[in-house]
Design a protein around this ligand. Structure first.
Ligand code: EPS
Length: 376
């Protein structure tokens, strides 16, 4: 299975083409729209989300609510395009008014301008924008429905925002039903403090990042492979997480903390109960030797602070080559809850590809049958 996305942040829309999905997957359209709505919500988002109310429109690959096995095209139209069409039209248009030359450190602006040979950072930032994740989230929400048919579920929560941390341990079910509405945190006191921090940062023209934790339950053992490096499940899932805009760190299980432990305190002992083997702990986060080991997957991703600051950083103006203060475009102060939703769905995309590589991809009924035959 392969997914490609296209579209600019203030262009007509964002699009995903999913090749290699099997025939016979029943599509829950309302659920995909609910996931898109979740991606657009959360405390600290900017004015753009008041304009958009994202919906997934399927343009191909689905008939009568069921996938055909042909490439699926899904569109998320930009409502804001109405306000931008004179500057963003594919036809000749006014590029001068929205030209961005005081490049924003931390965004793709400056490196992209040099790489693509343009004098307008808008030609770069429109695609680098995290708005792209609307398309990947729609695709992931569909992949998730395939995984669910096998009994594989994904959830997650926000573990820290702007330095306000939640060090708790939570079960999959607790996370599914217990996330806060504002910031998708589990600890309500931490969530309230984090919201106050966002208010302070907003008043100061600043932004923040944070950490998300993702969980996958129901995945049987043996997905990914220790035989070839490109197939290692941890590498693929961390690569997927790092492909999300602003994500700068990814870890599995204990992750970086494992480096500070003794071997005797870093691995998961095996025991037997009533003739069945089980792991005493899940420090590996469900992956050993690049393969799922049948335990819950535990993944974490660190999001850097959003690089568009209302009080701009030192930069240069590429028009004059002179020192300047970076452009302040309308943006978000915090997008951690959005990032969490995106990560769940990006993981769904990658996991769906991994599952189909092992089980074949023509038809859902055969895939479900083959999954049922695998060892837990
Ligand atoms: C983004 C800047 C903001 C965000 C956007 C990502 O958009 P705008 O420039 O239109 O205010 O709101 O995210 C989304 C639009 C979205 O749907 O997630 C950026 O520069 O990355």
């Amino acid at each position: 299975m392969k997914i490609t996305t296209s579209g600019e942040s203030h262009g007509k829309g964002l699009f995903a083409i999913i090749e290699g999905l099997p025939a016979g997957l029943k599509v829950d359209f309302d659920e995909i729209d609910r996931v898109l709505a979740l991606r657009g919500s959360g405390y600290g988002r900017g004015a753009r989300q008041k304009i958009e109310s994202d919906r997934a429109e399927f343009l191909s690959g689905v008939r009568n609510g069921v996938t055909l096995g042909s490439p699926v095209t899904v569109a998320v139209w930009n409502r804001d395009y109405e306000n931008w069409k004179e500057f963003m039209s594919p036809e000749p248009c006014d590029t001068e008014q929205r030209r961005l030359t005081r490049v924003r450190p931390g965004h793709a602006d400056y490196t992209g301008v040099k790489k693509f040979g343009t004098d307008d950072a808008r030609n770069v930032l429109e695609r680098a924008s995290a708005r792209e994740t609307a398309a990947r989230t729609a695709a992931g929400a569909l992949c998730r429905q395939l995984l669910r048919a096998l009994g594989v579920e994904i959830t997650g929560y926000v573990r820290s925002v702007g330095g306000v941390k939640d060090d708790g341990e939570y079960s999959f079910e607790a996370i599914r039903s217990g996330r806060g509405e504002k910031l998708m945190m589990m600890d309500r006191a931490a969530e309230a403090r984090a919201a106050e921090e966002i208010d302070r940062l907003k008043a100061a023209g600043d932004t923040c990042g944070g950490v998300c934790e993702l969980r996958v339950s129901g995945l049987k053992s043996g997905f990914g492979s220790c035989m070839t490096y490109a197939e290692k499940l941890d590498a693929r899932l961390c690569g997927a997480m790092l492909s999300v805009q602003a994500v700068k760190g990814a870890e599995v299980g204990l992750g970086f903390a494992a480096a500070e432990r003794k071997g005797s305190e870093a691995h998961d002992g095996l025991s037997v109960l009533n003739g069945r083997a089980f792991r005493e702990t899940n420090r590996a986060g469900g992956i050993e030797g690049g393969m799922s080991n049948g335990e819950e997957l535990v993944l974490r991703a660190a999001m850097k602070p959003i690089p568009t600051l209302m009080r701009g950083l030192h930069t240069i103006d590429i028009k004059t080559g002179e020192p300047a203060i970076a452009a302040a475009e309308r943006s978000d102060v915090c997008a951690l809850p959005a990032c969490e939703t995106v990560l769940e769905n990006v993981i769904a995309c990658e996991l769906c590809a991994v599952v189909l590589e092992r089980l074949g991809g023509d038809r859902m009924d055969k895939i479900i049958e083959r999954y049922g035959e695998l060892l837990p």
